[in-house]
Design a protein around this ligand. Structure first.
Ligand SMILES: [Zn+2]
Length: 438
Protein backbone atom coordinates (compact mmCIF):
# COMPACT_ATOMS: atom_id res chain seq x y z
CA UNK A 1 0.00 0.00 0.00
CA UNK A 2 1.20 3.48 -0.82
CA UNK A 3 0.31 6.59 1.17
CA UNK A 4 1.35 10.16 0.50
CA UNK A 5 3.32 11.40 3.48
CA UNK A 6 3.15 15.18 3.98
CA UNK A 7 6.36 14.96 6.00
CA UNK A 8 8.42 13.66 3.07
CA UNK A 9 6.21 15.05 0.28
CA UNK A 10 5.98 11.73 -1.49
CA UNK A 11 3.97 8.55 -1.78
CA UNK A 12 5.63 5.90 0.35
CA UNK A 13 5.16 2.20 0.87
CA UNK A 14 3.18 1.92 4.04
CA UNK A 15 4.08 -0.64 6.67
CA UNK A 16 2.52 -0.33 10.11
CA UNK A 17 4.93 -0.46 13.03
CA UNK A 18 3.11 -3.38 14.61
CA UNK A 19 1.90 -6.08 12.25
CA UNK A 20 -1.86 -5.92 11.59
CA UNK A 21 -2.28 -3.03 14.01
CA UNK A 22 -2.82 0.58 13.06
CA UNK A 23 -2.56 3.55 15.38
CA UNK A 24 -4.09 6.74 14.01
CA UNK A 25 -4.72 10.16 15.52
CA UNK A 26 -6.81 12.79 13.77
CA UNK A 27 -7.32 16.32 15.08
CA UNK A 28 -10.95 16.75 15.99
CA UNK A 29 -13.20 19.78 16.32
CA UNK A 30 -13.19 22.72 18.70
CA UNK A 31 -16.68 22.34 20.10
CA UNK A 32 -18.32 25.76 20.16
CA UNK A 33 -20.58 25.47 17.12
CA UNK A 34 -22.25 22.98 14.77
CA UNK A 35 -19.89 21.54 12.17
CA UNK A 36 -20.19 22.64 8.55
CA UNK A 37 -19.75 20.50 5.46
CA UNK A 38 -16.09 21.54 5.16
CA UNK A 39 -15.44 20.14 8.64
CA UNK A 40 -17.20 16.95 7.51
CA UNK A 41 -14.55 16.08 4.95
CA UNK A 42 -11.88 14.73 7.35
CA UNK A 43 -14.65 13.07 9.42
CA UNK A 44 -15.69 11.12 6.31
CA UNK A 45 -12.25 10.52 4.82
CA UNK A 46 -10.45 9.23 7.92
CA UNK A 47 -13.44 7.01 8.64
CA UNK A 48 -12.77 5.41 5.25
CA UNK A 49 -9.07 5.02 6.11
CA UNK A 50 -10.11 3.25 9.30
CA UNK A 51 -12.70 1.07 7.56
CA UNK A 52 -10.27 0.12 4.78
CA UNK A 53 -7.58 -0.98 7.24
CA UNK A 54 -10.22 -2.98 9.13
CA UNK A 55 -11.32 -4.55 5.83
CA UNK A 56 -7.68 -5.58 5.31
CA UNK A 57 -7.75 -7.28 8.72
CA UNK A 58 -6.03 -4.65 10.83
CA UNK A 59 -6.97 -3.86 14.38
CA UNK A 60 -7.34 -0.09 14.27
CA UNK A 61 -6.91 2.21 17.22
CA UNK A 62 -8.37 5.45 15.92
CA UNK A 63 -8.21 8.42 18.28
CA UNK A 64 -9.76 11.78 17.49
CA UNK A 65 -9.78 14.49 20.10
CA UNK A 66 -12.33 17.03 21.22
CA UNK A 67 -10.88 20.49 21.85
CA UNK A 68 -12.91 21.83 24.73
CA UNK A 69 -10.45 24.51 25.89
CA UNK A 70 -10.07 27.44 23.52
CA UNK A 71 -10.45 31.22 23.25
CA UNK A 72 -13.35 30.79 20.79
CA UNK A 73 -15.19 28.68 23.36
CA UNK A 74 -14.71 31.35 26.03
CA UNK A 75 -16.05 34.07 23.72
CA UNK A 76 -19.05 32.06 22.57
CA UNK A 77 -20.00 31.01 26.12
CA UNK A 78 -19.76 34.63 27.19
CA UNK A 79 -21.96 35.70 24.29
CA UNK A 80 -24.60 33.08 25.11
CA UNK A 81 -24.25 33.72 28.84
CA UNK A 82 -23.77 30.02 29.63
CA UNK A 83 -20.86 28.15 31.15
CA UNK A 84 -18.13 26.87 28.85
CA UNK A 85 -18.77 23.33 30.08
CA UNK A 86 -22.43 23.58 29.14
CA UNK A 87 -21.50 24.91 25.70
CA UNK A 88 -18.85 22.27 24.98
CA UNK A 89 -20.98 19.42 26.32
CA UNK A 90 -23.84 20.42 24.02
CA UNK A 91 -21.67 20.79 20.92
CA UNK A 92 -19.74 17.59 21.62
CA UNK A 93 -23.08 15.77 21.56
CA UNK A 94 -24.04 17.53 18.35
CA UNK A 95 -20.70 16.61 16.80
CA UNK A 96 -21.24 12.95 17.66
CA UNK A 97 -24.73 13.14 16.17
CA UNK A 98 -23.39 14.72 12.95
CA UNK A 99 -20.57 12.15 12.73
CA UNK A 100 -23.10 9.32 12.88
CA UNK A 101 -25.45 11.03 10.40
CA UNK A 102 -22.55 11.24 7.97
CA UNK A 103 -22.34 7.45 8.13
CA UNK A 104 -19.01 7.55 9.98
CA UNK A 105 -18.22 5.25 12.88
CA UNK A 106 -17.22 6.92 16.11
CA UNK A 107 -13.44 6.77 16.69
CA UNK A 108 -12.16 4.17 19.15
CA UNK A 109 -11.53 7.00 21.59
CA UNK A 110 -12.49 10.69 21.69
CA UNK A 111 -10.36 12.28 24.42
CA UNK A 112 -11.23 15.75 25.66
CA UNK A 113 -8.47 18.27 26.35
CA UNK A 114 -9.96 19.02 29.80
CA UNK A 115 -9.35 15.39 30.81
CA UNK A 116 -5.59 15.68 30.21
CA UNK A 117 -4.64 18.95 31.91
CA UNK A 118 -2.49 17.24 34.59
CA UNK A 119 -0.57 15.37 31.87
CA UNK A 120 -0.12 18.65 30.00
CA UNK A 121 1.33 20.34 33.08
CA UNK A 122 3.85 17.50 33.54
CA UNK A 123 4.69 17.65 29.84
CA UNK A 124 5.31 21.41 29.90
CA UNK A 125 7.39 20.99 33.05
CA UNK A 126 9.53 18.41 31.21
CA UNK A 127 10.01 20.85 28.34
CA UNK A 128 11.13 23.55 30.78
CA UNK A 129 13.59 21.17 32.46
CA UNK A 130 15.03 20.21 29.09
CA UNK A 131 15.26 23.95 28.34
CA UNK A 132 12.90 23.65 25.36
CA UNK A 133 10.51 26.00 27.15
CA UNK A 134 10.75 29.15 29.23
CA UNK A 135 8.54 31.39 31.28
CA UNK A 136 8.16 35.00 30.27
CA UNK A 137 5.53 37.42 31.45
CA UNK A 138 2.23 35.57 31.85
CA UNK A 139 3.06 32.57 29.73
CA UNK A 140 5.25 29.57 29.07
CA UNK A 141 6.65 29.46 25.55
CA UNK A 142 8.28 26.81 23.41
CA UNK A 143 11.80 27.68 22.25
CA UNK A 144 11.47 26.99 18.52
CA UNK A 145 15.14 27.81 17.77
CA UNK A 146 16.18 24.67 19.64
CA UNK A 147 14.58 22.47 16.98
CA UNK A 148 17.12 22.34 14.18
CA UNK A 149 14.72 21.22 11.45
CA UNK A 150 11.68 23.23 12.55
CA UNK A 151 9.43 23.82 9.54
CA UNK A 152 10.06 20.44 7.91
CA UNK A 153 6.37 19.53 7.69
CA UNK A 154 5.25 22.81 6.18
CA UNK A 155 8.44 23.01 4.08
CA UNK A 156 9.56 26.30 5.53
CA UNK A 157 12.77 27.34 7.18
CA UNK A 158 12.78 29.68 10.13
CA UNK A 159 14.64 32.39 8.22
CA UNK A 160 11.89 32.47 5.56
CA UNK A 161 9.16 32.41 8.16
CA UNK A 162 10.45 35.67 9.57
CA UNK A 163 10.15 37.56 6.30
CA UNK A 164 6.72 39.12 5.99
CA UNK A 165 5.11 36.30 7.92
CA UNK A 166 2.07 36.98 10.05
CA UNK A 167 3.87 36.21 13.26
CA UNK A 168 2.76 38.25 16.21
CA UNK A 169 5.63 40.33 17.52
CA UNK A 170 5.27 39.55 21.16
CA UNK A 171 8.13 41.28 22.94
CA UNK A 172 7.93 38.80 25.80
CA UNK A 173 9.03 36.01 23.50
CA UNK A 174 12.67 35.28 22.69
CA UNK A 175 11.69 34.68 19.08
CA UNK A 176 8.45 35.63 17.28
CA UNK A 177 7.96 31.94 16.29
CA UNK A 178 7.91 30.67 19.84
CA UNK A 179 4.45 29.43 20.67
CA UNK A 180 2.42 29.35 23.87
CA UNK A 181 2.40 26.16 25.93
CA UNK A 182 0.60 27.63 28.93
CA UNK A 183 -1.19 30.91 29.28
CA UNK A 184 -1.65 32.30 32.76
CA UNK A 185 -5.10 33.81 32.96
CA UNK A 186 -8.17 33.77 35.15
CA UNK A 187 -10.42 34.50 32.20
CA UNK A 188 -12.61 31.56 31.24
CA UNK A 189 -12.07 27.93 32.21
CA UNK A 190 -8.73 27.77 34.05
CA UNK A 191 -6.67 25.29 35.99
CA UNK A 192 -4.05 25.27 38.73
CA UNK A 193 -0.45 24.95 37.64
CA UNK A 194 3.03 25.65 39.06
CA UNK A 195 2.93 28.86 37.00
CA UNK A 196 -0.39 30.09 38.34
CA UNK A 197 -3.95 29.48 37.18
CA UNK A 198 -4.39 29.33 33.44
CA UNK A 199 -4.87 27.03 30.49
CA UNK A 200 -2.76 25.02 28.02
CA UNK A 201 -2.13 25.98 24.39
CA UNK A 202 -3.87 24.05 21.62
CA UNK A 203 -0.66 22.58 20.11
CA UNK A 204 0.23 21.11 23.49
CA UNK A 205 -3.22 19.52 23.90
CA UNK A 206 -2.81 17.27 20.86
CA UNK A 207 0.86 16.44 21.47
CA UNK A 208 0.09 15.41 25.06
CA UNK A 209 -3.03 13.38 24.26
CA UNK A 210 -0.98 11.48 21.66
CA UNK A 211 1.72 10.70 24.16
CA UNK A 212 -0.69 9.87 26.98
CA UNK A 213 -2.84 7.53 24.89
CA UNK A 214 -0.34 5.86 22.57
CA UNK A 215 2.90 6.33 24.54
CA UNK A 216 4.95 5.86 21.37
CA UNK A 217 5.29 6.98 17.79
CA UNK A 218 2.04 6.36 15.95
CA UNK A 219 1.44 5.13 12.39
CA UNK A 220 -0.72 7.93 11.00
CA UNK A 221 -1.48 11.45 12.15
CA UNK A 222 -4.13 13.22 10.16
CA UNK A 223 -6.12 16.38 9.81
CA UNK A 224 -7.17 19.10 7.41
CA UNK A 225 -4.33 20.71 5.47
CA UNK A 226 -5.04 24.03 7.20
CA UNK A 227 -3.53 22.37 10.30
CA UNK A 228 -0.10 21.73 8.76
CA UNK A 229 1.15 25.08 10.00
CA UNK A 230 1.45 25.97 12.75
CA UNK A 231 -0.54 23.26 14.58
CA UNK A 232 1.10 20.08 13.30
CA UNK A 233 4.50 21.68 12.91
CA UNK A 234 4.35 22.58 16.59
CA UNK A 235 3.09 19.13 17.61
CA UNK A 236 6.17 17.68 15.89
CA UNK A 237 8.50 20.21 17.55
CA UNK A 238 7.23 19.29 21.02
CA UNK A 239 7.36 15.58 20.32
CA UNK A 240 10.94 15.82 19.09
CA UNK A 241 11.89 17.73 22.23
CA UNK A 242 10.22 15.22 24.57
CA UNK A 243 10.49 11.88 22.76
CA UNK A 244 13.02 12.38 19.96
CA UNK A 245 10.59 11.40 17.21
CA UNK A 246 8.25 13.22 14.86
CA UNK A 247 5.10 11.84 16.55
CA UNK A 248 3.87 9.88 13.53
CA UNK A 249 5.54 7.96 10.72
CA UNK A 250 3.00 9.24 8.20
CA UNK A 251 1.26 12.61 8.17
CA UNK A 252 -1.90 12.74 6.05
CA UNK A 253 -3.71 15.94 5.17
CA UNK A 254 -7.11 16.41 3.61
CA UNK A 255 -7.82 19.26 1.19
CA UNK A 256 -10.45 21.92 1.73
CA UNK A 257 -14.08 21.87 0.73
CA UNK A 258 -15.06 25.34 -0.46
CA UNK A 259 -18.37 26.83 -1.35
CA UNK A 260 -18.44 28.43 -4.82
CA UNK A 261 -14.63 28.69 -4.69
CA UNK A 262 -14.69 30.58 -1.41
CA UNK A 263 -13.52 29.18 1.91
CA UNK A 264 -16.47 28.69 4.25
CA UNK A 265 -16.31 31.00 7.21
CA UNK A 266 -18.66 32.19 9.86
CA UNK A 267 -17.72 35.82 9.28
CA UNK A 268 -18.58 35.58 5.55
CA UNK A 269 -21.82 33.79 6.40
CA UNK A 270 -21.23 31.25 3.60
CA UNK A 271 -21.61 28.15 5.71
CA UNK A 272 -23.71 25.05 5.12
CA UNK A 273 -24.12 23.02 8.28
CA UNK A 274 -23.93 19.24 8.09
CA UNK A 275 -27.25 18.88 9.91
CA UNK A 276 -28.96 21.20 7.40
CA UNK A 277 -27.54 19.47 4.33
CA UNK A 278 -28.55 16.05 5.64
CA UNK A 279 -32.11 17.20 6.14
CA UNK A 280 -32.33 17.60 2.38
CA UNK A 281 -30.07 14.79 1.16
CA UNK A 282 -29.21 11.24 2.13
CA UNK A 283 -25.70 11.05 3.56
CA UNK A 284 -24.63 8.44 1.01
CA UNK A 285 -24.76 10.95 -1.85
CA UNK A 286 -22.71 13.46 0.13
CA UNK A 287 -20.12 10.80 0.96
CA UNK A 288 -19.94 9.96 -2.73
CA UNK A 289 -19.33 13.62 -3.53
CA UNK A 290 -16.51 13.83 -0.99
CA UNK A 291 -14.88 10.53 -1.88
CA UNK A 292 -15.07 10.99 -5.64
CA UNK A 293 -12.50 13.77 -5.26
CA UNK A 294 -8.99 12.76 -4.30
CA UNK A 295 -8.59 13.58 -0.63
CA UNK A 296 -5.61 15.84 -1.20
CA UNK A 297 -7.42 17.90 -3.85
CA UNK A 298 -9.78 20.75 -3.02
CA UNK A 299 -13.52 20.30 -3.53
CA UNK A 300 -15.65 23.11 -4.83
CA UNK A 301 -19.07 22.34 -3.40
CA UNK A 302 -22.26 23.47 -5.11
CA UNK A 303 -25.86 22.26 -4.94
CA UNK A 304 -25.58 21.35 -8.60
CA UNK A 305 -22.75 18.97 -7.76
CA UNK A 306 -24.66 17.67 -4.72
CA UNK A 307 -27.73 16.95 -6.87
CA UNK A 308 -25.56 15.13 -9.38
CA UNK A 309 -24.12 12.81 -6.72
CA UNK A 310 -27.51 12.39 -5.09
CA UNK A 311 -28.89 11.12 -8.44
CA UNK A 312 -25.91 8.78 -8.80
CA UNK A 313 -26.62 7.39 -5.37
CA UNK A 314 -30.34 6.95 -6.10
CA UNK A 315 -29.42 5.12 -9.31
CA UNK A 316 -27.08 2.76 -7.46
CA UNK A 317 -29.68 2.17 -4.76
CA UNK A 318 -32.40 1.43 -7.33
CA UNK A 319 -30.26 -1.14 -9.11
CA UNK A 320 -29.25 -2.85 -5.87
CA UNK A 321 -32.82 -2.88 -4.64
CA UNK A 322 -34.09 -4.53 -7.80
CA UNK A 323 -31.27 -7.06 -7.65
CA UNK A 324 -32.08 -7.94 -4.05
CA UNK A 325 -35.77 -8.40 -4.91
CA UNK A 326 -34.78 -10.88 -7.62
CA UNK A 327 -32.36 -12.67 -5.30
CA UNK A 328 -35.06 -12.89 -2.61
CA UNK A 329 -38.00 -14.03 -4.73
CA UNK A 330 -35.87 -16.81 -6.18
CA UNK A 331 -34.74 -17.89 -2.71
CA UNK A 332 -31.12 -17.61 -3.78
CA UNK A 333 -28.96 -17.99 -0.66
CA UNK A 334 -25.34 -18.19 -1.82
CA UNK A 335 -23.10 -15.24 -0.94
CA UNK A 336 -20.13 -15.04 -3.30
CA UNK A 337 -17.84 -12.24 -4.40
CA UNK A 338 -16.36 -11.15 -7.68
CA UNK A 339 -12.65 -11.45 -6.87
CA UNK A 340 -11.55 -9.57 -9.95
CA UNK A 341 -13.60 -6.55 -8.89
CA UNK A 342 -12.36 -6.76 -5.30
CA UNK A 343 -8.78 -6.91 -6.59
CA UNK A 344 -9.36 -3.78 -8.71
CA UNK A 345 -10.94 -2.09 -5.71
CA UNK A 346 -7.88 -2.93 -3.62
CA UNK A 347 -5.51 -1.62 -6.29
CA UNK A 348 -7.38 1.71 -6.24
CA UNK A 349 -7.48 1.99 -2.45
CA UNK A 350 -3.85 0.87 -2.06
CA UNK A 351 -2.83 3.75 -4.28
CA UNK A 352 -3.03 6.47 -1.63
CA UNK A 353 -6.77 5.91 -1.10
CA UNK A 354 -7.86 6.63 -4.63
CA UNK A 355 -11.57 6.36 -3.85
CA UNK A 356 -12.51 7.90 -7.20
CA UNK A 357 -10.97 4.86 -8.93
CA UNK A 358 -12.68 2.62 -6.39
CA UNK A 359 -15.99 4.14 -7.50
CA UNK A 360 -15.15 3.32 -11.11
CA UNK A 361 -15.07 -0.35 -10.06
CA UNK A 362 -18.42 0.08 -8.27
CA UNK A 363 -20.06 1.79 -11.27
CA UNK A 364 -18.85 -1.03 -13.48
CA UNK A 365 -20.45 -3.62 -11.19
CA UNK A 366 -23.71 -1.65 -11.23
CA UNK A 367 -23.63 -1.64 -15.03
CA UNK A 368 -23.15 -5.40 -15.08
CA UNK A 369 -25.96 -6.00 -12.56
CA UNK A 370 -28.33 -4.13 -14.87
CA UNK A 371 -27.14 -6.18 -17.84
CA UNK A 372 -26.99 -9.73 -16.62
CA UNK A 373 -29.94 -12.13 -16.77
CA UNK A 374 -28.09 -14.76 -14.78
CA UNK A 375 -29.30 -14.89 -11.19
CA UNK A 376 -26.11 -16.40 -9.77
CA UNK A 377 -24.01 -13.73 -11.49
CA UNK A 378 -26.38 -10.99 -10.39
CA UNK A 379 -26.13 -12.11 -6.76
CA UNK A 380 -22.32 -12.23 -6.97
CA UNK A 381 -22.19 -8.70 -8.39
CA UNK A 382 -24.72 -7.50 -5.81
CA UNK A 383 -22.78 -8.77 -2.78
CA UNK A 384 -19.49 -7.49 -4.19
CA UNK A 385 -20.92 -4.01 -4.68
CA UNK A 386 -22.48 -3.89 -1.23
CA UNK A 387 -19.17 -4.97 0.32
CA UNK A 388 -17.19 -2.26 -1.49
CA UNK A 389 -19.74 0.40 -0.60
CA UNK A 390 -19.55 -0.67 3.05
CA UNK A 391 -15.78 -0.14 3.05
CA UNK A 392 -16.49 3.41 1.89
CA UNK A 393 -19.01 3.82 4.71
CA UNK A 394 -21.99 3.78 2.36
CA UNK A 395 -24.68 1.52 3.74
CA UNK A 396 -27.48 0.48 1.43
CA UNK A 397 -29.80 -0.44 4.33
CA UNK A 398 -31.48 -2.98 2.04
CA UNK A 399 -33.02 -6.12 3.51
CA UNK A 400 -34.00 -9.38 1.89
CA UNK A 401 -37.73 -9.77 1.43
CA UNK A 402 -39.64 -11.65 4.12
CA UNK A 403 -41.53 -14.83 3.16
CA UNK A 404 -44.77 -12.90 3.36
CA UNK A 405 -43.44 -10.24 1.00
CA UNK A 406 -42.21 -12.89 -1.42
CA UNK A 407 -45.67 -14.47 -1.46
CA UNK A 408 -47.19 -11.05 -2.06
CA UNK A 409 -44.75 -10.47 -4.90
CA UNK A 410 -45.70 -13.77 -6.56
CA UNK A 411 -49.41 -13.05 -5.99
CA UNK A 412 -48.97 -9.68 -7.73
CA UNK A 413 -47.31 -11.29 -10.74
CA UNK A 414 -49.99 -14.01 -10.96
CA UNK A 415 -52.80 -11.43 -10.72
CA UNK A 416 -51.17 -9.42 -13.49
CA UNK A 417 -50.69 -12.47 -15.67
CA UNK A 418 -54.30 -13.51 -15.16
CA UNK A 419 -55.46 -9.96 -15.89
CA UNK A 420 -57.04 -9.43 -12.47
CA UNK A 421 -55.95 -5.81 -12.64
CA UNK A 422 -57.73 -4.45 -9.60
CA UNK A 423 -56.25 -7.09 -7.33
CA UNK A 424 -52.84 -6.62 -8.92
CA UNK A 425 -53.04 -2.90 -8.23
CA UNK A 426 -53.92 -3.43 -4.59
CA UNK A 427 -50.96 -5.73 -4.07
CA UNK A 428 -48.70 -3.39 -6.01
CA UNK A 429 -49.55 -0.51 -3.68
CA UNK A 430 -48.75 -2.72 -0.69
CA UNK A 431 -45.39 -3.65 -2.23
CA UNK A 432 -44.58 -0.02 -2.92
CA UNK A 433 -45.44 0.90 0.67
CA UNK A 434 -43.11 -1.87 1.88
CA UNK A 435 -40.37 -0.35 -0.26
CA UNK A 436 -40.09 -3.42 -2.49
CA UNK A 437 -41.31 -1.87 -5.70
CA UNK A 438 -40.40 1.61 -6.83
ZN1 LIG B 1 -4.52 18.64 16.87
Amino acid sequence: MKIYNSLTNQKEDFVSQKKNHLSMYVCGPTVYNYIHIGNARPVVFFDVVRRYFEYLGYQVNYVSNITDIDDKIILEAEKLKISETKLTTYFTEQFIKDTLSLGSLLPSKMPKATEYVIEMIFYINDLIEKSYAYQSGDSIYFRVNKIADYGKLSNQVLADLSVGARVDEDLKKESPHDFTLWKTTDLGLNFDSPWGRGRPGWHTECAVMNQAIFGEKIDIHGGGNDLIFPHHENEIAQSEAISNHSLAQVWMHVGRLDLANVKMSKSLGNIILVKDLLEEYEYQGFRMLILSHHYRQPINFSYELMNQFDSEWQRIKRTLKQALVEISINYYEVVEYNDLALDAFKVAMDDDFNCANAFTVIYDQIKQINKTQDLKEKARLYYTTVLMLNVLGIQTDLKRLTDEQIQDYHAWQTARREKRYQEADEIRIRLIEAGILL
